[in-house]
Design a protein around this ligand. Structure first.
Ligand code: BES
Ligand code: ZN
Length: 625
């Protein structure tokens, strides 16, 4: 224990200096609206968590110690974010001793939660907050044994991005801030906790585990999971953590992870986080993946058996540079995080799997963006989107991801790979372990690329990309030759110039299949649907993305043969991206209301609170129509 504390103290001296730079960069007008903390007056530079995972009560309980550093010497309180937390007592470390200090909870805010203010005595170096989370914490999911693959032990995991860390840790919850952290976590002996920190592959006999994250990270990257979790090493820097059920299949599916790390290092500089492990979660995990440092959280729905969906791993790994190293200062700057990551993801895919596949993935993403754009109000088509007063989870659309990616592809094409790659690499180095906002990025971009090579791209063009809705007219339009052929086959079949037997599907990759299903006309007849299903057995596709595309079309065309498969799919998968569009399509048809309500009744208890929230809102909207 002593050595951990010593190490922690020496590290935070180092970190304190970098965090204070990041914090002082933030003048009050560009303060992060989504935090109620006073991070511009005082910051916590290091936190220590001492928590017990209580599966019976569905709560984490214990305390958090904040090592504090005053920016404004006159500050007398530490204000932190909380949401639905029970606060028991607060203490301050003064002259080497913990002493009780008063605290106050403000009125809750609908989006941001409840501000907790703790009085800071003049000589205090740390603040300790004793608390527990509630079972309904927005950032935690508690699974019963039946909801796991092994069916024997319960499972829990956190999802802190965007502003859910505050539902399990009282913390200054803004990406403008960075902390190092250590943790002592106790759980049932039969289970194991893991964190976004250094994980010990060995299980502890007494159920108590120590963690250390020596690099300063924004609070949304603090993560925990616990369950019957096993370990399997893949390569020198990579391993799988998961229930027994996924251990071997995941290790096979994701065996190229080490090659991905090395490819990214070649492009953008060293991987700075030592280990890169993957935690494969139960299927109710609401996302594809989450880039928790040193331990990305991954949905099992991408274990397809043929590596066709491993761009997800490239994506979460890419965040080790964009996002985790160079972070968006506020949630309106999300595109700096997800746009760069989508771009880097695709560059990794090109390095490891070749240009053809990378371009196919670009083209599929661009098509999705074009469809989604039609449903988005103009204000939400802007990269530097206004988020004040809104839930930051609503900022996650194809805009920050794919419009952001297309902008970077545009710059790459204009300046050439050599210059653009050098620019991105230096950008990551310059802002490593810092947070920046869009205006700071724009001035860096002008200084280091646009003005350096004059006459290539104008200021007005940059402004249009970042501050205006729609896609600029000269935006890149990724085109894949393989898809051109698929399109010809679709057209010929529809024009009855050829039959399905003439289409050489035997050699198709999943990407060609996805293009095929996505580009079938939305008014396809039931007979044609049945013909396709008979030839290709699409209803039973074991690829979750292809199945998703086919189920979506089937709902729109009222092709009822999929109904059993559809309810199985919705009940067994909790990944929002795969299920929400299906619920949306079902709810658009009033005739399906009873059917979809029946499915949701069965499926809802297995979904993450975030997915429940999204889908509850869809039902409410449909019933009010
Ligand atoms: N950081 C996101 C996950 C996320 C999304 C957290 C929304 C909070 C709110 C992660 O890196 C991500 O983008 N995941 C995608 C992966 C895909 C683009 C390859 C996903 O989950 O689908
Ligand atoms: Zn991402």
């Amino acid at each position: 224990m002593k050595t951990i504390l010593k190490l922690a103290v020496s590290l935070c001296l180092f970190v304190a200096s970098t965090s204070s730079i990041a914090a002082s960069n933030q003048s009050s007008e560009n303060k992060d609206w989504h935090t109620l903390s006073n991070y511009q007056q005082i910051i916590s530079t290091h936190i220590h968590l001492n928590l017990e995972v209580d599966f019976n009560r569905k709560q984490l309980k214990g305390y958090v110690d904040h090592t504090i550093k005053k920016i404004d010497p006159s500050v007398t309180t530490l204000a932190v974010d909380t949401r639905a937390l029970e606060i028991h007592k607060t203490e301050a470390m003064v002259d080497g001793q913990w002493k009780a200090t008063p605290f106050e909870m403000a009125e809750p805010d609908a989006v941001r939660g409840t501000q907790l203010s703790v009085e800071v005595p003049a000589a205090a170096t740390q603040i300790r907050i004793h608390y527990n989370s509630r079972p309904e914490a927005s950032g935690l999911q508690w699974l019963t044994p039946e909801q796991t693959a092994g069916k024997k032990y319960p499972f829990m995991f956190s999802q802190s991005q965007a502003i859910h860390a505050r539902s399990w840790i009282p913390i200054q919850d803004t990406p403008a801030m960075r902390v190092t952290y250590t943790a002592t976590v106790k759980t049932d002996k039969a289970m194991r906790p893991v964190m976004s920190a250094d994980n010990n592959p060995k299980r502890s006999p007494d159920g108590v585990y120590q963690f250390n994250m020596p690099q300063a990270i924004p609070p949304y990257l603090i993560a925990i999971a616990a369950g019957d979790i096993l370990h399997k090493k893949m390569s020198k820097q990579t391993a799988i953590y998961s229930e027994q059920a996924y251990l071997d299949s995941a290790a096979k599916e994701f065996e190229d992870t080490q090659a991905m790390i090395e490819a990214t290092e070649k492009l953008y500089g060293d991987y700075l986080w030592n280990q890169y492990d993957l935690l494969v979660l139960p299927p109710s995990f609401p996302f594809g993946g989450m880039e928790n440092p040193r331990l990305s959280f991954i949905t099992p729905t991408v274990i397809a058996g043929d590596k066709s969906l491993v761009n997800l791993i490239a994506h979460e790994l890419a965040h080790s540079w964009s996002g985790n190293l160079v972070t968006n200062a506020t949630w309106r700057d999300l595109w700096l995080n997800e746009g760069f990551t989508s771009y880097v993801e695709n560059r990794i895919m090109e390095e490891v799997f070749g240009r053809d596949r990378a371009v196919m993935e670009q083209a599929l993403a661009a098509q999705d963006l074009n469809h989604e754009m039609k449903t988005l109000p103009e204000a939400d088509q802007i990269l530097h989107v206004e988020m004040q007063g809104r839930d930051p989870d609503d900022a996650f659309s194809g805009i920050p991801y794919t419009k952001g990616q297309l902008f970077l592809i545009y710059l790459e094409e204009k300046f050439g790979r050599q210059r653009f790659d050098a620019f991105v690499k230096t950008y990551f180095e310059t802002f490593a372990f810092k947070s920046l906002d869009t205006p700071s990025f724009v001035s860096y971009l002008h200084k280091n690329l646009i003005d350096k090579y004059p006459g290539v791209v104008s200021k007005a063009e940059i402004n249009e990309w970042i501050f205006k809705p729609k896609l600029p007219k000269n935006a890149p339009q990724p085109k894949s030759n393989a898809f051109k052929l698929v399109q010809q086959h679709i057209d010929n079949w529809l024009a009855s110039k050829s039959s399905l037997a003439d289409i050489p599907t035997g050699k198709w990759t999943i990407h060609e299949w996805l293009y095929f299903v996505n580009n079938l006309p939305r008014d396809l007849s039931i007979e044609r649907m049945a013909e396709l299903d008979k030839a290709y057995n699409l209803t039973q596709s074991t690829n979750n993305e292809v199945a998703h595309a086919w189920l979506l079309l089937s709902i729109q065309r009222e092709y009822d043969k999929v109904n059993n498969r559809l309810s199985d799919y919705l009940i067994s998968i909790g990944r929002r991206k795969l299920i929400v569009p299906l619920y949306k399509a079902l709810l658009e048809n009033p005739d399906y209301l009873t059917y979809v309500s029946g499915i949701y009744r069965k499926a809802r208890p297995g979904y993450h609170p975030l997915a429940q929230g999204t889908i509850d809102a869809l039902f409410k909207e449909a019933k009010n129509k």
